[in-house]
Design a protein around this ligand. Structure first.
Ligand code: ADP
Ligand code: MG
Length: 730
């Protein structure tokens, strides 16, 4: 029996039981495995606690002596929970997380065995990093990179089976100081944003001393049966199906969205949620998504650095917990053709240390002006740096999704809703008229009462926008489901920081010329609206009209990753990232190189898997079927039946032969195209070749013929689980 059929048989035996949760109350387990400040209070001396707390709040350095104390406290806490090992936990540019476990156990010089964890081990480690991507920053003869503790993200304990490991969140940098991960630049961007935003906040409120970007991500994913997934080499190796005919029932009935969650998946969800709560991940929402077998979860928003850590951690936890339920989580952006792909919406805002959400419309004219300031600056940032924002979400898997009529297009535009669009138009209409003291109507915009209602009305339409204002935050919807959202958050915070800095310079210049503060601010806001209004779009982002309109407006529509990534190397990008201190030129060039290499490798793997499946699964099944047909035809002929008795069989036979021919020829031509691409020296040119000469030139065509065969060949002979099985059986 083929793997496919034994998998289908085994599904019926799955029960869908989850271990009963230890407690029904989430609060009882929340943060159980996290070294929160509250826990730190119990385990640390006054001095160590204060030092840790102020380092978390104000980014103050922790000295060695105190680090020793903190390390001791951490170990005592971890050991009380049965932990034997620790690891520096980091997010290298591979996109997954990395750990190298060391035990607390060590031997003293006289051979006495002790358990130890000192400040040095807490603060810095040198993993052998030569096999992480570095984009050429770190020549292999100088393979050392090191991880450095990030005290702003709390340590946590990962439980795998009965093993427990203390994880220390760290950044990962090269020996020469360049960042090699997602976290280090994000922390710099956060700092840059805080500084720029505080300066602007101080026009309105002198008490603001810190601004923190906030992120609430929504993670979409597919869940399918593990045995079925194991029978699909493409899912195992690429995370997506490269072949598969559309099932009779797809998502056309729209019966999955918000429908009742299937029992087995529900058990899985409850299980991973328990783990997430223990790790301090504040999950709040779970529901079915639009496509069959697609689901979503979302937490309460958090400070961006923590939110990114939590998302990365959760992706790990989900995949691990799924195994316990004999399920597989697919985080890929487009695991199945013909139905929706998965995204990771990034809900983003900025909060002051005085407790104000800077993107929430205010309650007084003054706070409204503050809202309008941050609102317009964000729009201007997206307008000015749309190409860099696009580059931040560019990846081989996300290319399948952006612009595929169910995800936002690759054109970056901003949706603000009817009401705010009108507000902006009103402000803009005053071009060339000077605001004066009497001009109070604008300053007294009644935003706080009107916006919430209007936003509710508009939520349906903004589903097609890559960057939508949703009442008190922006939602960056074009981020891919498997991405580390550190990169999109780094870029977003950096471009807003840069725009706010320019804003301050512009306002100050007008004040110096004698404008009253509010008037100067209003003037610059007006100027920014005029300069960036072409990025505003309220209509249907999926429509053809928008593509034409966007072209007319001169908005870029970069459909493929190798080209979209060019935005990282422009003078504009270099200046932006250097002046905000987020990436040096070397780091930018390295990122560009790494992303291109990732792209090439992913397309290369998919091409190989396609070839392998075509030659070893598809064609053999088709040939078997041909033989069946042939013996049938010959039998009928021998029995003396007229040709009409087997003419249909002949026709099928002919069709099967034709498809086999094309598949075989194209797979070989694709191999040749790969050879040509592999000989290209320049990484960008090579990536473009992989995109145009390998992927675009062959993938769809080969798939077309394979999927046709799937529909012709005897179901009994077909070895790969079909879409209807993967999407609907559990
Ligand atoms: P929905 O979009 O489903 O209507 P919400 O708007 O309440 O639900 O929230 C969606 C996501 O946005 C959640 O993850 C939530 O935590 C997050 N979110 C809400 N407010 C903010 C904010 N100020 N900053 C960042 N994220 C936020
Ligand atoms: Mg939402």
């Amino acid at each position: 029996m083929s793997l496919r059929f034994s998998a289908i048989e085994s599904i019926a035996r799955e029960s869908g039981d989850a271990p009963a949760p230890a407690s029904t109350k989430i609060t009882a387990i929340f943060n159980e495995n996290v070294f929160t400040l509250k826990t730190a209070r119990e385990y640390l001396s006054d001095e160590a606690y204060k030092s840790l707390a102020s380092s978390i709040r104000g980014g103050k350095k922790i000295d060695r002596a105190v680090a020793n104390q903190i390390a001791n406290g951490l170990r005592a806490w971890a050991e009380s929970k049965g932990v034997t090992h620790y690891t520096h936990w980091f997010q290298p540019l591979t996109g997954t997380t990395a750990e190298k476990h060391d035990s607390f156990f060590t031997l003293k010089s006289d051979g006495t065995a002790i358990e130890e964890f000192d400040g040095a081990a807490l603060i810095q480690q040198e993993p052998d990093a030569s096999s992480f991507p570095s984009g050429g920053i770190r020549a292999t003869f100088e393979a050392r990179g090191y991880t450095a503790w990030d005290p702003s993200s709390p340590a946590f304990i990962i439980e795998i089976g009965h093993g427990k490991t203390l994880c220390i969140p760290t950044i990962f940098i090269s020996y020469t100081g360049e960042s090699l991960d997602y976290k280090a630049p994000l922390l710099k961007a956060v700092e840059s944003l805080s500084k720029a935003a505080v300066d602007v906040c101080n026009y309105f409120d002198k008490n603001v001393t810190k601004v923190t970007p906030t992120l609430g991500w929504e993670q979409e994913y597919f869940v399918i049966d593990e045995a079925l997934a194991n029978a699909r080499p493409d899912l195992i190796q690429c995370g997506r199906t490269v072949f598969g005919a559309s099932p009779a029932k797809g998502q056309q009935l729209e019966d999955h969205y918000f429908g009742s969650i299937p029992e087995r998946v529900y058990a899985f969800m409850r299980d991973y949620e328990q783990e997430a709560y223990k790790l301090g991940i504040p999950l709040r929402t779970r529901h079915n998504e639009v496509a069959p077998a697609q689901f979503e979860c979302a937490p309460i928003f958090e400070e961006v650095n923590i939110a990114v850590d939590h998302n990365t951690l959760l992706m790990d936890v989900m995949s691990r917990v799924a195994k316990r339920h004999k399920l597989v989580v697919l985080l890929h952006e487009k695991p199945f053709a013909g139905i929706n792909g998965s995204g990771k919406h990034n809900n983003w805002s900025m909060a002051t240390d005085t407790g104000v959400n800077l993107l929430a419309p205010g309650k007084t004219p003054k706070t409204n002006l503050m809202f309008l300031t941050f609102f317009v600056n964000t729009i201007k940032a997206v307008h000015d740096y749309a190409d860099i924002l696009r580059a931040a979400i560019a990846s081989a898997p996300n290319d399948h999704r952006l612009g595929a009529n169910e995800a936002p297009p690759a054109i970056i535009s901003v949706f603000v809703g009817q009401y705010l669009a009108k507000v902006l138009a009103d402000v803009e209409a005053r071009v060339n008229t000077k605001f004066d003291e009497q001009d109070e109507a604008i300053l007294k915009l009644d935003l706080h009462r009107s916006i919430p209602e209007l936003m509710l009305d508009n939520t349906d339409r903004n589903r097609t926008s890559p960057f939508a204002f949703t009442g008190n935050k922006f939602e960056f919807r074009a981020v891919g489901s498997s991405a580390n959202c550190g990169i999109s958050m780094t870029v977003l915070n950096t471009i807003v920081a840069d725009t706010l800095r320019k804003f301050k310079t512009d306002v100050d210049a007008l004040i110096e010329k004698g404008d009253k503060k509010e008037i100067a601010i209003m003037h610059v806001i007006q100027k920014y609206i005029v300069e960036s209004k072409k990025v505003l779009f309220e209509g249907d982002g999926y429509s053809d009209e928008w593509h034409h309109e966007a072209e007319r407006r001169g908005l870029p529509n970069l459909k493929t990753t190798p080209i979209a990534l060019d935005a990282l190397l422009t003078d504009k990008a270099k200046k932006l990232f250097e002046s905000t201190g987020v990436y040096s030129h070397t780091e930018l060039e390295a990122r560009h190189e790494i992303e291109l290499e990732k792209y090439i490798k992913k397309v290369q793997i998919e091409a190989r898997v396609m070839g392998d499946l075509a030659i070893n699964h598809i064609i053999p099944a088709a040939v078997k079927y041909q033989n069946e047909l042939l013996s049938n035809i010959n039998g009928l002929k021998a029995a003396g039946l007229p040709e009409t008795a087997y003419s249909s069989q002949l026709e099928i036979l002919k069709k099967v032969s034709e498809h086999i021919q094309v598949i075989h020829t194209k797979v070989h031509a694709m191999v040749e195209a790969r050879k040509v691409a592999n000989n290209i020296e320049n990484t960008r040119t090579k990536a473009i070749a992989y995109e145009s000469q390998v992927k675009s030139a062959f993938f769809d065509e080969i798939r077309y013929h394979v999927d046709k065969l799937e529909q012709l060949v005897d179901d009994d002979i077909w070895t790969l689980p079909k879409y209807r099985e993967m999407l609907f059986l559990r």
